[in-house]
Design a protein around this ligand. Structure first.
Ligand code: UD1
Length: 417
């Protein structure tokens, strides 16, 4: 198991450009299944989730070639093979193969997805939406069998604006027979990006980014070249890392309008921020102030994927803060690890109360999931002494070369196998 050893107490200073968004790149990779022609994806990040998704595409008979940071994907020889549990369990996004295979072949057999253990994460909304579109579904021993021979259109209403369900339904509907309207759908920028990609291949999707998406079916999609959007969660992680270490940074590569909820919180904490286009500058104050209350919710509210990082920042901010997690049930697994480092946090159900302390101290801690793991690295950056973050494979699912990039900004981190 790999680990990071962090010598804390060094402030970050410099510039960084973030990679493509994991949560856009993964559904876009699945969407390539819909196309028989060549697709070129630029700025392909080397997150382990992306590597695993490419592996799934190859198992489905597709050709995936990496040329520097570009992926060349050829789906001419794709077949609707079974996506078995050994690969499906590696990432949550394996579930997008369901929608994409149904879209192209009108049948799919996919094992239940894995991903971060942050709550129950059922896929009932995906399956209900598909059934409402006429897909016949049977589930047996953790495998979902779908037949979309009788796929039809209509208005599909989601009980909750699920990101994954919205994306899966779009993937199924783009090459359907009739017009589909999805209401109460999710509005995340990564969904808009997937739709822009599909539209560039000839799909007719309207309204992405609003809570009502319309899909006019097309017969076929054509090859294209595409560059996905930058990762707002990584951008936010570097901003918080800098704030927590008392440094200054310019982060580029991601539209700053995608994280205004974070910018507001960072300003409340006393940071100076200047945001324009895809660049944001942050300078940390001498002492961070508590932001008082943070509540996660669907976009454009504060993202659940930045909850662990902002909570970690509150542990050394002056005052008290309440953090409420409204999306996932088990997203405070990193809290006991922070407590080992001297943080004062009480977490119960979906609420954590954080009382700021003057400083954290280094300890041996364990990453339990992707974002919680990243937040332990942030804690290590500002803690006195050495922190060892174990089980960093969780972190590498969504951050590439985090140690190297932080070192370039002035941190002292060593990666050990
Ligand atoms: C996506 C992101 C993840 C982010 C999350 C919320 C990807 C690859 N992952 O995950 O990083 O944290 O959005 O912004 O894009 N739910 C159900 N039934 C369903 C589907 C979801 O009850 O069928 C629940 C989930 O358990 C969770 C909530 O709805 O409590 C949100 O889930 P969803 O929006 O679907 O998130 P994901 O697509 O899994």
């Amino acid at each position: 198991m790999s680990k990071y050893i962090i010598d804390g107490g060094n402030s970050l200073d410099g510039t960084i450009c973030v990679e493509s968004a994991k949560n856009a790149f993964l559904p876009i990779l699945a969407a390539t299944i819909l196309c028989e022609e060549q697709i070129i994806l630029n700025k392909a990040p080397l997150f382990s989730d992306v590597v695993n998704m490419c592996d799934i595409l190859e198992r489905l008979g597709m050709k995936v070639k990496r040329q520097d940071d570009t992926l060349v994907i050829d789906g001419a020889s794709a077949t609707p093979r079974f996506v078995p549990v050994d690969v499906a369990k590696l990432l949550r996004s394996s579930i997008f193969t369901l929608g994409a295979l149904l879209g192209r072949f009108k049948r799919a057999r996919v094992a239940y997805p894995g991903g971060c253990d942050i709550g129950l994460r059922p896929i009932d909304l995906h399956l209900k939406g598909l059934r409402d579109m006429g897909v016949e579904i049977t589930e047996c021993h953790g495998v979902i069998n779908c037949d979309a021979t009788n796929l039809h259109g209509g208005i599909i209403s989601l009980d909750f604006a699920s990101v994954g369900a919205t994306e899966n339904l779009i993937l199924t509907a783009v090459m359907g027979k009739e017009r589909v309207e999805i209401v109460n759908c999710a509005r995340e920028p990564e969904i808009v990006d997937m739709c822009n990609f599909l539209n560039k291949m000839g799909a007719r999707i309207y309204g992405a980014g609003t809570s009502r998406i319309e899909i006019e079916p097309v017969k076929k999609l054509h090859g294209t070249e595409y560059t996905p959007i930058g990762d707002r969660i990584i951008a936010g992680t570097y901003l918080i890392a800098t704030a927590i270490t008392g440094g200054k940074i310019e982060v580029s590569g991601c539209n700053t309008q995608f994280f205004t909820s974070l910018i507001d919180k960072l300003r409340n904490s006393g940071c100076v921020l200047r945001a324009k286009g895809d660049k944001i500058y942050l300078k940390s104050p001498k002492t961070l102030k508590s932001v008082g209350f943070v509540e996660t919710n669907v976009y454009p509210a504060f993202p659940t994927d930045l909850q662990a990082q902002i909570l970690t920042m509150q542990t050394i901010s002056q005052g008290c803060c309440v953090v409420q997690e409204n999306i996932f049930e088990s997203r405070f697994k990193f809290v006991p690890e922070l407590i080992k480092m001297g943080a004062r946090v009480r977490a119960r159900d979906n609420t954590a109360v954080v009382e700021g302390v003057p400083s954290l101290s280094g300890a041996e801690v364990f990453a339990k999931d992707l974002r919680g793991g990243a937040s332990l690295v942030l804690a290590g950056l500002c803690a006195k002494g050495y922190t060892t973050v174990n089980d960093i494979s969780h972190i590498e699912r969504g951050y590439v070369n985090l140690d190297k990039k932080l070192n370039e900004l002035g941190a002292k981190i060593r990666r050990e196998e």
